[in-house]
Design a protein around this ligand. Structure first.
Ligand SMILES: C[S@@+](CC[C@H](N)C(=O)[O-])C[C@H]1O[C@@H](n2cnc3c(N)ncnc32)[C@H](O)[C@@H]1O
Length: 308
């Protein structure tokens, strides 16, 4: 029996979003441990899933877990920014991206994502070269400031960069635990109890894995693809990602793309790619958060892409 190391977030909501799909393919951009894909394949016998993940361990796991669905499933070790272009010639009627870190990544002491990790790594794809160790120990101070300001939204970004530089001047920061203790595991941010360590780790992880660029490239690849009659569903875990998804879906829904200063429409008023399905982002219920506290910051947005 396989021990499933990750609880899929907002599973019922994801199933409901994709319920209208009759047949064809769904691309699961973040296969992880196969939780969402398993439920969607079980819900609809005529559906096929093409999945990818940049984490080889997740790919191997989900291949085993979804074996029962035979040829209905294909899984690749890949970044999601390049998956849509590869399969756009197929009848793709669903695209799911549950972006973020899996529980197995967070809980593995050797991966460097958790505060008590024995390494400073944070690579989702362990075949890539840039790791958290290089970012923390060799980025110039101004680059550290940039990532803490832009990706951690930390007010004290200068102070934290200075703390790290002073420490690493004496000896390199070798593990996640040392970094978490240095920047502080307790504190408040925007009235919420988010510790500086949480935001520093978020910032370093985003930098190491190019998380925002990957999301922007995925959305751009969907926009320019030939795919039509397709439900796109993105689950994000922090406001930077959610903002990108929200703004992109708004832009896709817009029919008139004339500059706001125009008195009259000159663009043809026919630029909408489809409709936003979730007027407001869906969030997990209190019950779901209780059962899986890691789901608490998740937001789900969905769009129906009708046109190219
Ligand atoms: C929250 S987990 C997904 C869990 C999955 N939905 C399930 O039910 O088991 C996120 C996964 O996305 C993967 N991931 C994150 N960014 C990625 C990217 N740019 N390309 C491919 N996989 C990515 C991570 O490696 C991780 O396994």
């Amino acid at each position: 029996m396989l021990q499933i190391p990750h609880v899929p977030v907002m599973l019922d909501e994801v199933k409901a979003v994709f319920e209208p799909i009759k047949d064809g393919y769904l691309i699961d951009c973040t296969m992880g441990y196969g939780g969402h894909s398993h439920a969607l394949l079980s819900q609809n016998n005529s559906l096929r899933v093409i999945g990818c993940d940049r984490d080889e361990e997740a790919v191997e796991f989900s291949k085993k877990r979804l074996k029962e669905f035979g040829e209905r499933v294909t899984i690749e070790h890949k970044n999601f920014s390049s998956i849509v272009g590869k399969y756009e010639h197929l009848p793709i009627h669903g695209i799911l991206a549950d972006i973020g870190v899996s529980s197995l990544q967070l809980d593995s002491n050797g991966r460097g994502f958790g505060f008590d990790s024995l390494t400073l790594d944070m690579r989702m794809d362990t075949t890539q070269t840039l790791s958290a160790y290089e970012v923390v120990n060799s980025y110039p101070k101004n680059e550290l400031e940039r990532i803490f300001r832009d990706y951690g939204e930390l007010k004290e970004y200068k102070k934290i960069a200075r703390l790290i530089c002073d420490k690493r001047d004496k000896s390199p920061i070798k593990d996640a635990k040392t970094l978490a203790d240095l920047v502080g595991r307790r504190g408040h941010f925007n009235g919420r109890s988010v510790s500086p360590a949480t935001l520093v780790f978020q910032a370093v992880r985003i930098e190491v894995n190019r998380e925002l660029e990957e999301l922007e490239e995925l959305l751009a690849s969907i926009e320019k693809s030939k795919i039509t009659d397709c439900i796109v569903c993105i689950i994000s875990f922090h406001s930077l990602e959610d903002r990108i998804v929200k703004q992109t879906f708004r832009a896709w829904a817009k029919s008139c793309i004339c500059p706001p200063e125009n008195f009259r429409c000159e663009c043809g008023n026919n630029h909408s790619l489809g409709e936003i399905i979730t007027k407001k982002a869906l969030e997990p219920t209190q019950e779901q958060i209780k059962a899986n506290p890691r789901s608490r910051s998740s937001k789900l947005r969905a769009f129906y892409k009708r046109h190219t």
